[in-house]
Each structure stands twice: as C-alpha cells, then as structure tokens.
Design a protein around this ligand. Structure first.
Ligand code: NI
Length: 256
C-alpha cells in the first residue's frame, strides 16, 4: 500500500473530478494521502477532505508564499482552532521559507516570523511539521534547530547530502517528488542513495511536479508509485520493500 505524503487536492485543477479521484485511490493501491494546507482557506478544505475520506489525512498551515495579509494575532488562533477541530489533522504544514520567489529582506524576515510561530504551535500541539524550504537551506536549518522537540519532514527535498545529514541528526525525514525521476536530478539521486530507507518518504506534490513519463501533465496520487520505483532503482532494492517502508515511515511520523 502506497502513502502519498503530500498532495494539494484543493487546487482548482481537481475541480472536475476531485470526488471520484479521491474515492478511487485505495483501489489503485494508494491507501493513504496527506493533504497539507497553504493558507487558512486551503487548510479548511484539507480538513474537510480528511473528514470525508477515511484514507485522507490533513495538515494545516500557512505557506511562505502566502504570508501577504497574514496577521499572526488573528490568524494563528484560527489555525490552532482548525488543527484541534479534527483528529485527522496530523501535522502543521506546509510552513517554511521560500527565497526563490521572495527576494525582499523585509518579506523574508516576515516569512521567518510566520514560520517560527507555526513551529511553536506544532510544539504546543505535539504535531510534526511539513517544511517547504526553497533556496533557504541554512536559514531553515537555523529555525528548526531552535525547536529541538519538534519533528517533521523536509518535503520536496532539494538540498545536498551534507545538509541532509544535519537534518537526519535533528530527527527529520526527507520526502521526494517526481524530481527524482528526471534525467537532470543528479543531486537528489545522490541524496536518496545516501539517506537510510527508514528516513525517506514519497509524495507527488500534486497537481505539480508530475514524474516521468507524465511530466508536464496534471499530477495526482495515482502516480506516486513512480517515486517508489525510482528509489528502488537508485538504492538497488526490491520495490515492495520501498513501498512498505516509506508507508511505514509516514504512518510513524503522522501517528496513523
Ligand atoms: Ni506542497
């Protein structure tokens, strides 16, 4: 049974077939899905899907690209209430830093403030975190080091082998998208080879990042098997072992 640990079913690319697609996943071998939120509205939708489908779980969070207009005194309590509203909320995410899209120092400072507030929330609620780190490796590390009691995953991992080892030492897991199926993905492939199987998870990041041979199409959890195949090939181990262990890792992290 496969576990797609990161998919955004609130995206409007799923408006035409969301219900049938989500309902059909278990019969295609995808027994678990975690849908993270990116702002309050998408977090509410994530909780609604989790309440509707037994195999879907939710995370709630404010993504670093969605901090415009955020007021922590108003929005953080709302996020906390949402996290407590359903036993199927199993993480705070996705949260983190994005320096690819955000260049302005003042905005980056505010990203870090929103990130830290959500790390504290995760600590209070004893929930793991789902971290988005794009071109902000060192600053992301600085923040997670400040909250040693919090565990989680660096999703769509894009750092080096050396950086991966520092995250593993802090107790974090790494998860991989369709990027590991791309021809130019040497860096990610090296990381997959170096990281023990019991610290890896797989995800689609749907509707984005579709794996080969679906690259450029709308992604969905139906394609998560491609990441398992890629890891099996890179690590030269049986596919079944990758599927079983990555699902086990996700269940352990998210308390499923
Ligand atoms: Ni995402």
């Amino acid at each position: 049974m496969l576990f797609d640990t990161h998919a955004h079913y609130d995206d409007d690319q799923f408006d035409t077939d969301r219900e049938t697609l989500l309902a059909s996943l278990p019969e295609h071998g995808v027994g678990l899905v975690l849908n993270p939120g990116c702002d309050l509205e998408s977090s509410r939708k994530a909780v609604a899907y989790a309440e509707t489908y037994p195999h879907v779980y939710a995370a709630v969070g404010i993504h670093p690209e969605n901090i415009e207009g955020i007021e922590l005194e108003r929005d953080l309590p709302a996020l906390e209430a949402l996290a407590k509203s359903s036993h199927k909320v199993r993480a705070i995410g996705e949260i983190g830093l994005d320096y690819y899209w955000v260049k302005e120092p003042e905005q980056r400072r505010f990203q870090a403030e929103v990130f830290r507030a959500q790390m504290r929330l995760a600590g209070r609620l004893q929930l793991p975190v789902i971290i988005h780190d794009r071109e902000a490796h060192l600053d992301s590390l600085t923040v997670v080091e400040q909250y040693p009691a919090v565990r989680g995953v660096f999703h769509c991992y894009s750092g080096s082998v050396e950086f991966a080892k520092r995250l593993l030492d802090l107790g974090y897991l790494l998860s991989f998208t369709g990027v590991i199926t791309y021809k130019n993905a040497k860096k990610a492939v090296d990381v997959v080879r170096a990281v023990p199987l019991d610290r890896l998870m797989i995800e689609t990041d749907s509707p984005y990042m579709a794996p080969v041979p679906y690259r450029g199409k709308r992604n969905s959890s139906l394609y998560v098997y491609r990441m398992a195949e890629a890891i099996a090939e890179i690590k030269e181990i049986p596919l079944e072992e990758v599927i079983t262990q990555t699902t086990e890792n996700g269940k352990r992290l998210f308390g499923i």
